[in-house]
Design a protein around this ligand. Sequence first.
Ligand code: E4P
Length: 216
Amino acid sequence: MKIFLDTANISEIRKANDLGILDGVTTNPTLIAKEASHGTFKEIVLEILKTVNGPVSLEVTSLDSSGMVEEALDLAKLGDNVVIKVPLTSEGLKTMKKLKEKGIKTNATLIFTSNQGLLAAKAGASYVSPFVGRLDDISEYGMKIVDDLKTVFNNYNFKTEIIVASVRHPIHVYEASLIGADIVTMPYQVLEKLIMHPKTDEGIERFLEDWKKVKH
Ligand code: E4P
């Protein structure tokens, strides 16, 4: 399973890179806005693109397809690893198809049903991003869509990869890995929680205490 970071924060990206397990990054307008004090949109994005050895999703903000395509063409020029994040709307679907024809990869975002994911795959999206946390927030079982999409994509042999998004905690990662999702994109805080366990810390402490008793 590939691990992406869901952030536009360059120091978090560098820390995850240093761990040697970072496969890509996803951003959205909210995540970019959080970093506004660190530079312009272009400066922030260029730094991310050169730091990450893998796909980086950048989201368009136009609502109509011609605006989306225009933005996508500009964003795609920023680096070979740019993936264009497009919301799953009628205009978004048209955009996915047009960008596929131009050889530009897309990530269909704001996916809340399996049928939306099916349409994105048919339109040629390279990735679909079901938002599991936001579904859990409204008392639905978000991970069910990931499970369903896995079945649908297998049924029809779609090559579109599933990015589990809107991840809130390690259980989301655990469930996604059991389902066999291609990718999980997570906040840095969730990645840290995957590493830590109090019994690991306790074990190290005890080994170090006992080691002091050994004559060298
Ligand atoms: C997906 O790529 C989005 O950037 C993200 O996962 C949204 O997560 P949120 O629901 O925590 O904002």
